[in-house]
Design a protein around this ligand. Structure first.
Ligand code: 13P
Length: 250
């Protein structure tokens, strides 16, 4: 049995003052959650979010991590900095990073390896673009991204990773994948993990769905056997909406 995990990805939203307001409202609303609850916040909110969630069941995550320990990498944040600030999770390879900031399977692999080295739990994002789905390339794209990300990663380390299947065409568009599409593609991703690491690792790996997941579609998605939770963008920015999704994940 895999424990579901619901993670909010705030993206570039919430100043520290707004973070305080949201987290303060969220803590009591999700205290009886049956799933793991994570909020992936902007770097500048991590220490505050960690302080505000202390003693609660909410874990804090970052949205990226540098691939080097330290040094001349202007604008990057190291794994040690994240861990010290209170992050336990880190989103890696989000499609917005791939699309706007030149992230490749190679850099995703380097960041993933680095996160694991420092004990951060990666949430690895994969997913196809609209033209790739329409061209029947979904499986090949997801397989390439998963294989690339896990290059050189041991089975013991791979087991610490959560994968988020996020079809790019469903992100921020209000166009969710159908329950069947999510279930089918996540099942396929699990088969790729099985080929890399064997059945036990694949069966234990949590694979979330992400892309316009909200209070209306969470029940249908979570009812699917392959869907182990969600990575939530827009709907994670309001305490009531995010709490509803969290409480629906059992
Ligand atoms: P939305 O939920 O806003 O579609 O964003 C999904 C996402 O990209 C989460 O990482």
């Amino acid at each position: 049995m895999r424990k579901p995990i619901i993670a909010g990805n705030w993206k570039m939203n919430k100043t520290a003052a707004e973070c305080r307001e949201l987290v303060t409202a969220l803590v009591p609303k999700v205290k009886d959650a049956k799933c793991d609850v994570v909020i992936c916040v902007p770097f500048t909110d991590i220490a505050l979010a960690a302080e505000l969630t202390k003693g609660s069941n909410i874990k804090v995550g970052a949205q990226n991590v540098a691939w080097a320990d330290s040094g001349a990498f202007t604008g990057e944040i190291s794994a040690a900095m994240l861990a010290e600030a209170g992050a336990e999770y880190v989103v890696i390879g989000h499609s917005e990073r791939r699309q706007y900031f030149g992230e490749t399977d190679k850099t995703v692999n380097a960041r993933l390896t680095q996160a694991l080295k420092y004990g951060l739990k990666p949430i690895l994002c994969v997913g196809e673009k609209l033209e790739e789905r329409e061209g029947g390339m979904t499986e090949r794209v997801c397989a390439t991204q998963v294989e690339g990300a896990f290059e050189g990663v041991s089975a013991a380390d791979a087991e610490k990773v959560v994968i988020a299947y996020e079809p790019v065409w469903a992100i921020g568009t209000g166009k969710t994948a159908t329950d069947e599409q999510a279930d089918e593609t996540i099942g396929y991703i699990r088969s790729v993990v099985e080929k890399l690491y064997g059945k036990n690792t694949a069966d234990g790996m949590r694979i979330q769905y992400g892309g316009s997941m909200n209070a209306k579609n969470v029940d249908g998605l979570m009812a699917k056997p392959q869907v182990d939770g969600g990575l939530i963008g827009g709907a994670s920015l309001k305490a009531d909406d995010f709490a509803y999704i969290v409480m629906a994940a059992k």
